[in-house]
Design a protein around this ligand. Structure first.
Ligand code: KIV
Ligand code: ZN
Length: 498
């Protein structure tokens, strides 16, 4: 068994058969260039007989001077093969159904007739000097003796490779291993495997086929394709390199960029937990895992994310621990004290418990608001309670209970809205300590959804002209505003006291 596995990429053909996906010739060319850079051995560029656009695409890609073998798909009929030839590809992938269900119920032809058409189509392709890969479609549901006969006929007729398609994805790794071993007994030309993912086994079946001696894997980027898709290029390649110690020509560092390009051009989303290319494939949230990967990445990662062009992501949330949050903050140049870090983690877990997805931006906003506030021992003011009334037909009113140097004070104020009323109520309580005017007030919804953590920045000036600015970060805009105001007053008053 050779160590080298050929990668035959069919993103532009089987991948484009994903319901709802159509690519223009220019988009296909853009992707073909990227696949070529990625290092695939063959690019199945399309099915020229299917439409004028398909013919144009395959022609465009064939003429692009790419390194990879450019292949065109054709049914085992003269017109299809002629259309494929007009695109001037390097190879033609000829297919013909061989299972009983296809031959008897759909095509209504005998085994003998099928053999005749296969033989003629391959001979015709070879006569014109093209590399020919032949697929007995629905091979895995084809009578085994007949399949072997078809493969022998294809080899005799001049086929350069035989592909065994698991057209409806019904194989298991052990049945695939057995089938490829049997086919290898009867033909000498290289064998390909083409697995569909109807039971989620496409990658496993592809790898089993290769273990049994198949020389080439048909794959698509992100595993897109008919119904549940095809074997995913990125999963097959990484498993081959790392788990099976095989070689391919793929430059794995370009995998993520290629995956993103396929996502962008096809509009097919990638599930977050998809191996290799999903958003969460290298993301760590749980405190135990984060502590592990920060100290030693291999503790919770099978390989470095950089290998596939990605970076590790530490996610904040209710499972997060100090290590993860500290890493996120350090990456943004923030180094909180132990006390501040404990408070930041407490606030993040509180948000997570409320069902909020905490983003890195939220973490930074929360951290800044906590880190910029004076330390607890220097705080003059401490917000104890806040209640607001707002809506139509009522005057926005806010009642605030604020501890000033440990003694509680209560005030209520009305305003144009709950934020205005709350800031006035705070100013009323603190007016004897510092008479301030609001110079600037800015709200930034830092994430995006209606449950986003809002970051409020205020700038206040006291009677002597001292100006301070401070932040508040809460998922509630009124609370964020009040927090920012209290932080600003604390800054002013703590300086006065010091
Ligand atoms: O899945 C399949 O059988 C195919 C053929 C065209 C090879 O895609
Ligand atoms: Zn297919």
């Amino acid at each position: 068994m050779s160590d080298y596995v050929r990668i035959f990429d069919t993103t532009l053909r089987d991948g484009e058969q994903t319901p709802g996906v159509t690519l223009t010739p220019e988009q296909k060319l853009e992707l073909a260039i990227q696949l070529d850079r990625l290092g695939v051995d063959a690019i199945e560029a399309g099915f020229p007989a299917a439409s004028k656009g398909e013919l144009e695409s395959v022609k465009l890609i064939s003429e692009a001077g790419l390194r990879a073998e450019i292949c065109a798909l054709a049914r085992a009929v003269k017109d299809d093969i002629d259309a494929a030839m007009r695109c001037n590809p390097n190879s033609i992938h000829v297919f013909f159904s061989t299972s009983d269900v296809h031959l008897k119920s759909v095509l209504k032809i005998s085994y003998d007739e099928a053999i005749k058409r296969i033989e003629e189509a391959i001979e015709y392709t070879k006569l014109h000097g093209f590399i020919c890969e032949f697929s007995p479609m629905d091979a895995t549901r084809t009578n085994l003796n007949f399949l072997k006969q078809v493969c022998k006929v294809a080899e005799r007729a001049g086929a350069d490779r035989i592909d065994i398609p698991d057209t409806v994805g019904i194989m298991t790794p052990s049945s695939m291993y057995k089938l490829i071993s049997e086919i290898k007994e009867v033909v000498k030309i290289p064998i390909s495997v083409h697995c569909h993912n109807d039971f989620g086994l496409a990658v496993a079946n592809t790898l089993a086929g290769i273990e049994a001696g198949a020389a080439q894997a048909h794959v698509t980027v992100n595993g897109i394709g008919e119904r549940a898709g095809n074997a995913a290029l990125e999963e097959v390649v990484l498993a081959l390199h790392i788990l099976y110690k095989k070689k391919t020509n793929i430059n794995t560092s370009k995998i993520y960029a290629t995956s993103q390009m396929v996502k962008r051009l096809t509009g097919v989303a990638i599930q977050p937990h998809k191996p290799i290319v999903g958003d969460n494939a290298f993301a760590h949230e749980s405190g135990i895992h984060v502590k592990g990967v920060v100290i030693e990445p291999t503790s919770f990662e099978p390989f470095k994310p950089e290998l596939v062009g990605r970076v590790r992501k530490i996610v904040a949330g209710k499972h997060a621990g100090k290590h993860g949050i500290k890493t996120i903050l350090e990456e943004s140049g923030l180094t909180p004290t132990e006390q501040q870090l404990a408070e930041i983690v407490r606030r993040i877990k509180e948000l997570g418990d409320k069902g909020k997805t905490v983003t890195d931006t939220d973490v930074i906003a929360i951290a800044r608001s906590i880190m910029e506030a004076p330390p607890a021992e220097k705080k003059v003011l401490d917000l104890k309670e806040l209640a607001v009334i707002t809506g139509t037909g009522v005057i926005p009113t806010s009642s605030v209970r604020l501890a000033v140097k440990g003694k509680d004070y209560i005030a209520s104020e009305t305003g144009v809205g709950p934020v205005d009323a709350s800031l006035k109520a705070i100013q009323r309580i603190t007016q004897n300590l510092a008479k301030v005017s609001l110079k600037e007030f800015r709200i930034e919804a830092v994430t995006g959804g209606s449950d986003a953590v809002a970051e409020v920045i205020v700038k206040v000036e006291d009677e002597s002209g001292r100006v301070v600015s401070a932040r508040g970060a809460r998922e509630d805009i009124v609370m964020a505003s009040v927090e920012a105001m209290v932080n600003a007053l604390n800054k002013l008053l703590s300086r006065k006291i010091a």
